[in-house]
Ligand binder design. Structure first.
Ligand SMILES: N[C@@H](CCC[C@H](N)C(=O)O)C(=O)O
Length: 276
């Protein structure tokens, strides 16, 4: 059988998107790893599935798998692509789309200029919710990584994030530190490791070493986590422009208990078919 898919990206964080409303496929981690391979497969950071909702209040169910084949809770750049996808494929006529994810409900809006605004829900800070091993909740934790101790924020945007403020993003060893933080024993479900440099109170640079995918050109939930961590520490003010290697996102957050709003592009690259 030939399975239809769309290759998309959000600021270079790239995806294989499959409509599982009008098609059916049986997936397993080995097949996802094969498809994600950039030499032997299609090549992507995440696989995104569009499914019917199980919650009648929602329009769709959005499932996310990292390139390593593991299912995860949330993907921000993917959420913007999801909105474009369901509109382009005429799976909905709505402009405000309510979506169920393993990380909680999100709301997607495609703007007239083509940018997509996502209400990502409220960030969570209690260590058990991240999950992160700590005696009590704090804005900053001391984390031993190799020979050094980093001051990090640990929070959930539906998925787990560890954010470190650095002086100079270009001289950070993201390739070395990223996997050490991703697999740190204090993060029992592994973690996405973000490194942010402050440019001014409303502008940062960010690189993210993603759990299950390595460093990507952009991470939407990573941008939300970094902006929230900076605002919570009194270093940043909403709205925050986040410069990632693949481009810029705008993040708004009004404070604890309030949802995080993320605005940015969603790009379709090509339509494909693969034999399964
Ligand atoms: N690229 C994504 C995040 C994808 C999931 C992440 N790697 C995880 O394991 O939690 C984004 O744009 O948010």
């Amino acid at each position: 059988m030939l399975l239809r898919f769309t290759k998309m990206h959000g600021l270079g964080n790239d995806f294989m998107v499959i409509d599982l409303i009008t098609q059916h496929v049986s997936l397993n981690p080995k097949l996802i790893r094969l498809w994600s391979d950039r030499h032997f497969g299609i090549g992507f950071d995440q696989l995104l599935l569009v499914e019917p909702p199980t919650d009648p209040e929602m329009d769709f169910c959005y499932r996310i798998f990292n390139a390593d084949g593991n299912e995860v809770e949330q993907c921000g750049n993917g959420a913007r692509c999801f909105a474009r996808f369901v509109q382009d494929k005429r799976l909905t006529a709505k402009n405000e789309i309510h979506v169920q994810t393993n990380g909680g409900p999100i709301v997607l809006k495609v703007r007239r200029d083509g940018q997509v605004r996502v209400n990502m829900g409220a960030p969570r800070f209690t260590p058990a919710e991240v999950p992160f091993q700590a005696d009590a909740e704090a804005d900053i934790y001391a984390l031993s990584v190799g020979q050094q101790t980093l001051d990090v924020a640990a929070l959930s945007m539906g998925n787990p994030h560890c954010v470190t403020v650095v002086d100079d993003l270009d001289s950070v060893g993201v390739e070395q530190l990223g996997p050490l933080i991703e697999n740190h024993p204090r993060f029992p479900q592994r973690v996405n490791a973000g490194f942010m440099q402050l440019l001014d109170p409303q502008h940062i640079r960010l690189r993210v070493y993603e759990r299950g995918a390595g460093e990507t050109l952009a991470c939407g939930t990573g941008a939300c986590a970094a902006a929230v961590a900076g605002i919570r520490q009194g270093l940043l003010q909403s709205p925050v422009k986040v410069d990632l290697p693949g481009g810029q996102l705008l993040i708004e957050w009004a404070g604890p208990g309030k949802p995080v709003l993320m605005t940015g592009p969603a790009t379709r690259v090509y339509e494909g078919q693969i034999r399964v």
